[in-house]
Design a binder for this molecule. Structure first.
Ligand SMILES: [Zn+2]
Length: 356
């Protein structure tokens, strides 16, 4: 049973350029939007397209320090000065660029619109694929992320007295969101990602389980490189549904980076669109209000197909075969056994870290 789904959209969140050679290309969202439009998704009953608003300074400062926000505002006007102390470097992951503050207010505001509409309860889910910028820290840009919209959303929900479950299925550890809620049990963070031994940001090990009141409420499933769809689904099913049922949140927030796909040039996970469909169908089947965000995704074709498919799943619509991987990789033999053993260890590590 679904009640329709909302899609946050505005061409302004899909036209900025970090740097010409930068792997994060916001224009990827135009292909998602155009595919869904061609498939008639926005004409389906219950389907709504929502316009993002600019996040307010107060909302941004729920997570970020005022001096950092001011540095981003200066960089937005004059990107040629030196902002390296704030994690902004023209030659590295997160370059300053003209207008970066304004467009980041809009991508963050898109997630706030998703949250607000999800709480109203008219729709099963609202998704802002331009958000999910989970690496930004309190006083530092990181990993293509300027303002941490998922952390802002989770923080504002916790401030309302709600218990928040945050599930991050990006290939990279959701380090900025984990850091923001490391000492509280009001936000449960679960991140499934390629192990930090191999991949940026080099964190997200099972023993990072939270501190003080937050002990056991930061959950990390550290997957080996080359985890395929079958192993990924097994890890997800073993960890996420049981912990969410145990936690009993008031609201679900998901970060759905698709850089875990086997075609992605930046990571070594081998997740298929079929595995992602399984995961998103689980989210749809839960009973909590749900705000969804995007995240990483650097194979433009995988982004287009997977996120289009995921929105159709959210709508309860049929999935055209053209959106799925034709022949997803799956390990056999001794490689299968090795991946399964490493994934078993990741599952055990995550479950053992959880609060009881
Ligand atoms: Zn990522």
């Amino acid at each position: 049973m679904t009640r329709g789904a909302g899609f946050v959209w505005d061409p302004r969140i899909a036209t900025h350029v970090y740097r010409d050679d930068h792997p994060l290309k916001p224009k990827r969202l135009i292909a998602v939007h155009d595919t869904l439009k061609r498939l008639g998704a926005f004409e389906r009953p219950g389907s709504t397209v929502l316009t993002p608003r600019a996040a307010t300074r107060g909302e941004i400062e729920r997570i970020h320090a005022p001096d950092y926000v001011e540095a981003v505002m200066r960089a937005s006007v004059d990107p040629d000065l030196d902002y390296s102390e704030w994690g902004l470097d023209p030659y590295r992951d997160t370059p300053p660029f003209k207008g970066m503050h304004e467009v980041s207010l809009l991508t963050t505001g898109g997630s706030l619109v998703a949250l607000e509409a999800a709480l109203e309860g008219e729709m099963r889910v609202v998704v802002n694929f331009s958000g999910g910028l989970h690496h930004a820290m309190r006083r530092r840009a990181s990993g293509f992320c300027i303002y941490n919209d998922p952390a802002i959303v989770c923080g504002l929900l916790a401030d309302k007295g709600m218990r928040v479950a945050y599930v991050d299925i990006d290939a990279h550890h959701g380090d900025g969101v984990q850091a923001a809620f490391y000492e509280t049990d009001r936000v449960l963070t679960i991140s499934l990602h390629e192990t930090g031994r191999v991949l940026f940001p080099g964190t997200g090990f099972a023993d990072e389980r939270g501190r003080g009141a937050g002990a056991g409420y930061s959950i990390n499933v550290e997957l080996p490189p080359n985890t395929d769809g079958a192993a990924y689904v097994r890890a997800f099913d073993a960890v996420v549904p049981p912990l969410l049922e145990r936690y009993r949140p008031d609201v679900l927030v998901t970060q759905q980076g698709i850089d875990s796909h086997f075609d992605d040039p930046l990571t070594h996970l081998m997740v298929s669109t079929q595995a992602r469909e399984h995961v998103v169908r689980y989210f749809v089947s839960t009973k909590w209000p749900w705000a969804a965000m995007g995240g990483g995704g650097y194979s433009l074709d995988a982004v287009r197909r997977a996120w289009s498919m995921e929105f159709l799943v959210m709508q309860g619509a049929p999935i055209p075969p053209e959106l799925h991987d034709a022949d997803p990789p799956e390990w056999t033999g001794s490689r299968r056994a090795a991946i399964d053993a490493a994934v078993d260890a990741a599952i055990t590590g995550a479950l053992d870290a959880a609060w009881t």
